[in-house]
Ligand binder design. Structure first.
Ligand code: T46
Length: 176
């Protein structure tokens, strides 16, 4: 695996480095020791799959406020997404900054999202599946969110969402 920093401290691209041969390929997607050695210790508690039949589906941007903050390793196992992380850490030099990565099944690239950073994505193809490895375990009722089009962030999405939940569409403007 190869770890690449992004503009937001703690948001890291994780490149799988698949080993190819005539049968296809094999790639290690997570290893506690390799993540710790790269300075981003992460041991997943749960693995979840988000299934999205339609292009233009926007999920997020979600996070869990302290003390129930989540770390997420997000990758696409079918299709393609515009994946966004927004820094909500008031003490961070990149507070309110966002970064985005296009994730797809072919590259096996993943994005590591640390505590205090909101995550969301817009699907760019139909039948897009997003695989999450998350720690600590999900706590119902602890989730919070910010709006995809909040002027506080100015996220440059590639398209206007065609499908978004009422909850995600109606988060109040960010104040912090
Ligand atoms: C997140 C989660 C949800 N659920 C249940 C709760 C609901 O009954 C159902 C759908 O949940 P929700 O509408 O919150 O799912 P998304 O809108 O896709 O939320 C996710 O999408 C954004 C982009 C994220 O980054 C988060 O990981 C996560 O918040 O799955 C669980 O059982 N476990 C979980 O970890």
């Amino acid at each position: 695996m190869r770890f690449e920093a992004t503009a937001i401290p703690g948001v890291v691209r994780v490149e799988a480095e698949p080993r190819a041969d005539e049968r296809g390929g094999f790639a290690r997607l997570h290893c506690p020791e390799e993540f710790a050695a790269a300075g981003v210790p992460f041991v997943p508690a749960q693995t979840s799959l988000s299934r999205n039949p339609h292009a233009g589906t926007l999920r997020g941007l979600h996070y869990q406020p302290a003390p129930h903050g989540e770390v997420k390793l997000v990758r696409v196992v079918r299709g393609r997404v515009f994946d966004v992380a927004v820094d909500l850490r008031a003490d961070s030099p990149t507070h309110r900054r966002w970064t985005a990565v296009e994730l797809c099944a072919e590259t096996m690239t993943a994005l590591l999202i640390p505590e205090g950073v909101a995550h969301g994505f817009l699907t760019l193809e139909p039948d897009t599946d997003v695989l999450y490895q998350i720690a600590p375990a999900y706590r119902p009722g602890r989730e919070a969110g910010v709006r995809w089009d909040d002027p506080a962030f100015g996220i440059d999405w590639p398209a206007v969402p065609a499908l978004i939940s009422d909850r995600d569409r109606t988060y109040p403007d960010y104040r912090a």
